[in-house]
Design a protein around this ligand. Structure first.
Ligand code: UDP
Length: 372
């Protein structure tokens, strides 16, 4: 059995979702041929206090978005400097050596930008022979550190991500546009909207608005839900707080005018998306990819500055969603989208097909199989 090592981290839900999606696709393409290990790189292979990143990430982004955005902006420039990039790789070398020692494998798949460079540097320096494949999980403008021409293969989600690679002198021979990783459950689901609603205990005859803030319940989801709830809406709200237990408790303590279904982290997102008429989300790449595959119109309420905001333009320019910054704008938009005879919703549903990439996960799986 071939062993595939995934370099990821539980900062947000996207890296784990991508790893699981790739594993599911490989298991369908070649059943029982692979075993998988997922390593949380921040947690297990960085020194204190960096190793607390998975625990503090959501709080950092929620409570101090400007400092998070600032370090993101700085890193995206500083790592242009070869000396800095090399220093980072050398500084991380011993930890990466331990990584490969602790987790022997036949293929490395990296789904986290921050660890591409140190991991490929160590692999080459140690003269290890396993192929190294990067699968970019950021969407429209992936940060610089994803791109390294020493990898064997670089799989990119969108054309803008490909052109950024070209601008950064990544050879065409190692780069492929596959589409963004998405779990096959989202494309295989053959449940009707009515069946999904029965399964979730939702009213079959009213509009269902799904609201989510990534895997960690980020952004002003509570305020947004309250603003939407204050408008006339022939519908019900489904609000998913993800792993944010405080947010879930706060949502549960609110008196809602409309029927509101509150959840923590759910494991059956395809069912929720199938049941919904509209999703309100931050510009998280995985959620956008999934909603697009399910044909679900989107209202993008915001996103992590620099990291996610380029995704907003990507979605809006292709007519797949509406950008409505802030709770009040979101509420107004929901009202106007639902307020006409269905034309606005139908136009968005059509736009969504322009960014949907149902074949993406199979493209990624087949690319990885070339290295088996
Ligand atoms: N997700 C989930 N259950 C939840 C909330 C989110 O499975 O309760 C998944 C969602 O389907 C997506 C991922 O978590 O695959 C969120 O990734 P995204 O890139 O949108 O945002 P992030 O959490 O990485 O900031």
């Amino acid at each position: 059995m071939k062993r595939i090592l995934f370099l990821m981290s539980d900062t947000g839900g996207g890296h784990r979702a991508a790893s699981r999606a790739i594993q599911a696709a490989l298991d369908e393409l070649r059943p029982s041929e692979f075993s998988y290990e997922m390593v949380d790189m921040w947690k297990d292979y960085t020194p204190y206090p960096l190793n607390t990143q998975p625990d503090v990430y959501a709080d950092w982004v929620n409570n101090s978005p400007h400092t998070y955005a600032a370090q993101y902006w700085v890193n995206d420039r500083v790592f242009h400097l070869k000396a800095i990039s090399d220093l980072y790789c050398r500084f991380s070398f011993l930890r990466m050596k331990h990584l490969y020692h602790d987790h022997p494998c036949d293929i490395v798949v990296c789904v986290h930008s921050v660890f591409v460079r140190p991991a490929i540097y160590a692999l080459r320096r140690l003269q290890l022979r396993m192929p190294f494949i990067t699968v970019i999980t950021d969407y429209a403008r992936p940060p610089l550190v994803w791109y390294d021409s020493r990898v064997d293969r670089l799989l990119v989600p969108t054309e803008p991500a490909y052109w950024r690679g070209r601008a950064l002198r990544i050879p065409d021979s190692i780069m492929t546009i596959t589409g963004a990783p998405i779990h096959p459950r989202f494309t295989h689901i053959n449940m009707s909207k009515a069946e999904a609603r029965v399964q979730l205990g939702l009213d079959p005859d009213v509009r269902i608005v799904l609201m989510v803030g990534g895997g960690d319940g980020m952004g002003p989801l509570v305020e947004t839900a309250r603003a939407v709830d204050s408008r006339p809406l022939n519908g019900e709200l489904v609000i998913i707080a993800g792993r944010n237990t405080e947010m879930k408790a706060e949502l549960e303590s609110i008196y809602w005018q409309h029927k509101a279904h509150i959840y923590g982290f759910v494991d059956n997102m395809p069912t929720f998306m199938r049941a919904a008429d509209l999703i309100i989300t931050k510009a998280g790449p995985a959620t956008i990819t999934e909603a697009a595959a399910m044909g679900l119109p989107m209202i993008i309420s915001g996103g992590i500055r620099y990291q996610e905001t380029p995704n907003i333009d990507y979605v809006v320019e292709r007519g797949a969603g509406i950008y409505a910054p802030g709770p009040e704008k979101v509420a107004q938009t929901v009202e106007s989208v639902f307020g006409d005879d269905g034309t606005a919703l139908a136009a968005l549903a059509k736009g969504v097909t322009r960014i949907a990439e149902p074949e993406a996960i199979w493209n990624i799986g087949r690319e990885i199989l070339k290295y088996v």
